[in-house]
Design a protein around this ligand. Structure first.
Ligand code: AMP
Length: 431
């Protein structure tokens, strides 16, 4: 038979990699608890039309879409937000606002595989539904900062912008929604010249083009200074100015409340997903050229799915990429595992050995039972190789006195222990 490999873009997570990934996911879950985001688990397979509705051309063409056996057009989710918007527009429509919802799991996009880009990848996703206020935006920035910092990743920063700045200018220049989307897609792909060409084609005036160029140049660490300069340059475009002011409020609140992330404003920054309406941001780390996550405000999305007009803001963290960034900084911990092996001498003692293993596990101790029928010396060799801390050896002679031998596999010292006291003794040694 042919030797099978994983499908291109898909990966196996071997035990150490799985541990690293789950640690990152656990940090996201803990932050969800602290910020009171309740978890929802939505299906991996959704209606194609739901997923295609607002995700943007780029993602639409990369979906794993297929017909199920009844001929329904479905797809593997390429993001969580469409599923959440579906819930808000239907089952959760009458739930009191704000809602804070959390999800984590795998997503699927037919991206070109490369460093940090896979066809199956992991995200933790946070959404606040029902608040249009800057403090809601700040909570999303704050929880992202919290996850990154508690994992021990150093020197991260947020790239931050506001969709209302670019869209506001385009709107006032008479550019339609669909056309705005194409300009934003080009900007997301960092194709500025083409974006300007498209804007010109869609009727943006000479002055508008010159102002767009100024927006592209507006970036820097001194966020509030950049925004003040930008405001002056945009004064003709009222809704663009509103975007600048909103972004200024959010950044000021971050600063005043002690959100510990550096902030880099970039006014010409756009994100691929079409549904953003306000602040947008990406967390970044110096060792990675790609974003560790992405988020922002999307006040019209729920409405588009047939719900009431509902403001919302959220973020998705790329769990694979955060794991990679931790690796690059050597910031993934050593995962020391503490466990014992239980070895019966002779087949007759297997039932008792199994019972002792069971009892230790009930006290929270990890146990590998000897299940290969090996001799004691072979079993001990194997326990060494697996880096067990202790071997619990059951022999017929000791058993008569309800004792057994505990061998410390580091210093090879052996002690005789009463079976009744075994779990207590091991717990003490482990603590
Ligand atoms: P997006 O949903 O496109 O806003 O992406 C949010 C985050 O998900 C990105 O910043 C990445 O960290 C992660 N991500 C998106 N696409 C991929 C991919 N193909 N492989 C790995 N991570 C991804």
């Amino acid at each position: 038979m042919a030797k099978f490999q994983t499908v291109r873009g898909m990966r196996d997570f071997l035990p150490l990699d799985a541990k690293k990934l789950r640690r990152v996911e656990a940090a996201a879950k803990e932050v969800a608890r602290l910020y009171r985001f309740r978890e929802v688990v939505t299906p991996l397979v959704e209606n194609y039309d739901l997923l295609a509705a607002k995700s943007g051309e780029d993602i639409k063409t990369r979906m794993y879409a297929f017909e199920d056996l009844a001929g329904r057009k479905v797809a593997l989710r390429p993001e969580f937000t469409a599923s959440i918007a579906r819930l808000i527009a239907t089952t959760l429509r009458n739930d009191p606002k704000p809602l804070r919802l959390f999800s984590s799991g795998t997503l699927y996009r037919y991206d070109e595989p490369q460093f940090g880009r896979y066809r199956e990848f992991w995200q933790s996703n946070f959404e606040i539904i029902g608040s249009d206020r800057p403090e809601a935006d700040v909570e999303v920035l704050s929880l992202t900062s919290n996850i990154i910092r508690r994992l021990g990743l150093r020197n991260h920063w947020f790239k931050i912008g506001h969709v209302g700045i670019l869209r506001g200018l385009l709107l006032e220049e008479g550019v339609k929604d669909e056309q705005q989307n194409s300009v934003m897609q080009l900007l997301d792909a960092k194709r500025r010249t083409q974006a300007l060409r498209a804007a010109r084609k869609f009727g943006v005036s000479q002055e508008g083009i010159a102002t767009l160029k100024k927006i592209f140049e507006a970036k820097g660490k001194d966020a509030l200074k950049v925004l003040n300069q930008l405001k002056r340059k945009l004064k003709k475009y009222e809704s663009a100015v509103a975007g600048v002011e909103n972004l200024g409020q959010i950044i000021e609140l971050c600063r005043d409340s002690g959100v510990e992330s550096h902030i880099m404003v970039e006014a010409g920054f756009a994100r691929g997903l079409e549904y953003y309406t306000g602040m947008i941001f990406e967390p970044l780390a110096p060792e990675m050229e790609i974003s560790l996550g992405g988020g922002g405000r999307y006040d019209r999305l729920v409405e588009l799915f047939g719900g009431e007009s509902t403001p919302a803001v959220g973020v998705a963290h790329g769990l694979d990429r955060i794991t990679l960034a931790l690796d690059k900084q050597n910031a993934n911990p050593e995962f020391s595992e503490r466990f014992v092996v239980v070895i019966p001498i002779g087949a007759k003692l297997i039932p008792r050995a199994l019972a002792i293993a069971l009892q230790l596990r009930s006290k929270g101790i990890s146990v590998e039972m000897e299940i290969m029928g090996r001799t004691i010396s072979r079993a001990l060799q194997d326990a060494d190789r697996r880096k067990a801390n202790y071997a619990v050896i059951l022999g017929p002679k000791e058993l008569k006195e309800e004792t057994l031998v505990v061998r410390n596999l580091k210093n090879r010292q052996q002690t005789s222990v009463k079976i009744q006291e075994l779990s207590q003794i091991l717990l003490e040694r482990f603590s």
